[in-house]
Ligand binder design. Structure first.
Ligand code: UDP
Length: 478
C-alpha cells in the first residue's frame, strides 16, 4: 500500500467558473467541513493512482478537500495479477457482461480476501478511531468490515453499475454483498446502479465532476495544442513557435517531451486534418473495436466528410497498456484493435490511428489528452456500458460535440440533439456512422452542440456540486 501525495488546492479558485452565489455557498461548506472534521482524517482508498476515471476524480477530490482544510488522504492498495483478474471479472459483471467467463466462487473469494486482509492490516496502522474511510469500487469492498472494527466510519463508493440487472450483475453482487452490507453508507453514480437489497436510507447518489483547472481540462490555446500534438508525434508539421507547455497539478510549469506510441500506416495527420476521437482505457466495454469498425464501414467513403483540403481521421487513444496496473485486459484489447486495423483496406487504414499515450508522467499524459480532446472535431464515447464516463464531460467542457451511447452516466450528460448525440443502441454501427457523418457535414450544428454542452457541464458537473454532495454524505453517513 502507498499514499499518493496530492497538492492542496483552494476550492474558491472555482469562482470564475461558477459565479459568486455558488462560490459563496462553497465557502460556507468548506468552513463547516473544517469544523466538523477537525482532528479527523478522511481517507480515500482505491487500487490505482493512474489511469481511468476513479484515479482522475480522486486527484480532484483530495486536492480540494485538503484546500478546504480537511485532512484528506489517498491510499492505494497493492494486488497481484490473480487479485486484479478477479476484480476485473467483478467489474465486467457489474456492468452486465460475462467478462472472462471464469468463476466467482469460494476459491476466488479466498484469493480476494488474502489481498484485502493484507491491505486492511497495513491501513489499520494508520487509521484512527472516527476517521472516515471512503472505499472505492469492488477492489476495496473487503476492507469495509476490518476498517469498521478499527473504529472508522465507512462509506463504500461504487463507480460502476448496469442500468438493468441480469445473471452477471446478480453474480457479482452475490460476491460483494457480504462485504458491502457492513458499510455505514453507500454512494453510487446513478440510482439505477443500486442493487435491490440495499437499504435506500443508507444510499446517496453522487454524479462525478471534472475540474476545469486540472492538467486534463485547463485552458490551452490553439498554438499550444498544436505544439503538444507535434511534440508527441501525432501531427506532422514543422515545430510551431509556441512551446508544448502545461501546468502540473502542483502548479509548476512543464513541457511535453515524450512521444506517443502509434499504430499507423505511415501517413501522419497534418494541420489541416479533422479528427474524430475516442479516448478511453483499452477496455472491451469501451468498444474501441466497434468504433474502428463503425468508422471504417460507415464513415469512410461518405461524400463530404473531408473539407478544406484536409482529411478526416479517426484517432483511438488510450493509455500505454503497461501503465494501468489494475487493468489486466488492456494489452488484449489493444491487440484485437491492431488486428482489426491490419485487416482493413489500405485507403481506410490511412485514415485511422491507434495511439497509446505514455503514462510515465501522469501530468504529461493529461496534457496530451487535453490537447487531443481540444483538437477533435467530434468526440465519441461508444461504450457498451458505463459507470459515468468522465471523458464525455471532459470533451463537453471543451465545447466539443459528443456522440455517446445511451448507457449509464452518459445518459445523464448528453441531452440528445441539444448537448450531444445519444445512440440508443451502441451496437448499431450504421447509426453510429450516420451520426458521425451528419456532424462532420454540419459544422454549425456541431459548434452549437459544443457550446450547449459546455454550459451543461458548468451547471451540473463541476467540483462544487460534487463537494456539496459529498458534504451531505459525510453529514448523514459519517
Ligand atoms: N484517460 C487518461 N489517459 C488516457 C486515457 C484515458 O487520462 O490515455 C482518462 C480520461 O481522460 C478520463 C479517465 O481516464 O479522465 C477515464 O474515465 P471514464 O470515467 O471515462 O472511464 P473509466 O476509465 O473510469 O471506465
Amino acid at each position: 500500500m502507498h499514499e499518493v501525495p496530492v497538492t492542496p488546492v483552494d476550492p474558491l479558485r472555482l469562482r470564475e467558473h461558477i459565479g459568486d452565489e455558488r462560490a459563496d455557498a462553497l465557502e460556507r461548506l468548506c468552513r463547516e467541513a473544517r469544523d466538523r472534521f477537525a482532528g479527523r482524517t478522511v481517507w480515500n482508498v482505491n487500487s490505482t493512482a493512474t489511469g481511468g476515471g476513479v484515479a482522475e476524480m480522486l486527484a480532484q477530490l483530495v486536492a480540494y478537500g485538503l484546500g478546504a482544510g480537511v485532512d484528506t488522504r489517498w491510499a492505494v492498495i497493492d494486488g497481484d495479477a490473480a487479485f486484479f483478474a478477479i476484480t476485473k471479472r467483478i467489474h465486467n459483471r457489474l456492468h452486465g457482461g460475462a467478462g472472462d467467463k471464469s468463476p466467482l466462487g469460494e476459491v476466488e473469494r479466498t484469493a480476494y480476501e488474502e489481498t484485502t486482509e493484507r491491505a486492511a492490516g497495513e491501513l489499520r496502522a494508520r487509521v484512527r478511531k472516527n476517521d472516515v474511510m471512503i472505499l472505492h469500487d469492488p477492489q476495496t469492498a473487503g476492507l469495509i468490515a476490518p476498517m469498521k472494527e478499527a473504529g472508522a466510519r465507512t462509506v463504500w463508493r461504487c463507480h460502476v453499475g448496469s442500468d438493468t440487472s441480469n445473471e452477471h450483475t446478480e453474480e457479482a453482487w452475490a460476491f460483494l454483498r457480504p462485504y458491502v452490507e457492513h458499510a455505514d453508507h453507500l454512494v453510487f453514480s446513478r440510482p439505477q446502479h443500486v442493487p435491490d437489497w440495499v437499504d435506500k436510507e443508507r444510499v446517496t447518489i453522487v454524479a462525478p465532476a471534472i475540474d476545469p483547472f486540472s492538467t486534463k481540462n485547463q485552458p490551452m490555446d490553439d498554438d499550444t495544442v498544436l505544439a503538444i500534438l507535434v511534440r508527441a508525434g501525432i501531427i506532422d508539421a514543422d515545430p510551431p513557435a509556441a512551446r508544448p507547455v502545461y501546468t502540473r497539478g502542483n502548479g509548476s510549469e512543464a513541457e511535453v517531451g515524450r512521444r506517443a506510441e502509434m499504430i499507423h500506416d505511415g501517413s501522419f495527420p497534418t494541420v489541416d486534418d479533422r479528427f474524430v476521437v475516442q479516448v478511453s482505457r483499452w477496455d472491451r466495454l469501451k468498444d474501441m473495436s466497434g468504433v474502428l469498425r463503425g468508422f471504417a464501414e460507415h464513415v469512410v467513403g461518405e461524400p463530404g466528410i473531408d473539407n478544406g483540403g484536409g482529411t478526416t481521421r479517426l484517432l483511438l487513444v488510450g493509455p500505454s497498456v503497461a501503465g494501468v496496473s489494475d487493468d489486466p485486459e488492456g494489452l488484449e484489447v489493444l491487440d484485437e484493435c491492431i488486428e482489426l486495423y491490419r485487416s482493413l483496406p489500405d485507403e481506410t487504414r490511412a485514415r485511422i490511428l491507434l495511439i497509446s499515450l505514455p503514462m510515465t508522467d501522469v501530468d504529461e499524459n493529461a496534457a496530451m489528452v487535453n490537447a487531443i480532446q481540444r483538437r477533435a472535431s467530434i468526440v465519441v464515447q461508444k461504450s457498451l456500458a458505463e459507470g459515468f464516463g468522465l471523458t464525455v464531460a471532459e470533451a463537453m467542457w471543451k465545447a466539443r460535440p459528443v456522440i455517446g451511447s445511451a448507457v449509464g452516466g452518459i445518459r445523464d450528460q448528453l441531452i440528445d440533439g441539444e448537448t450531444g448525440v445519444l445512440l440508443p443502441d451502441p451496437t448499431d454501427l450504421a447509426a453510429f456512422g450516420a451520426a458521425v457523418t451528419r456532424l462532420l457535414k454540419d459544422p454549425d450544428a456541431a459548434t452549437q452542440c459544443g457550446k450547449a454542452a459546455q454550459e451543461r457541464v458548468r451547471e451540473n458537473f463541476l467540483p462544487d456540486r460534487q463537494l456539496t454532495d459529498w458534504a451531505h454524505v459525510l453529514d448523514t453517513g459519517a
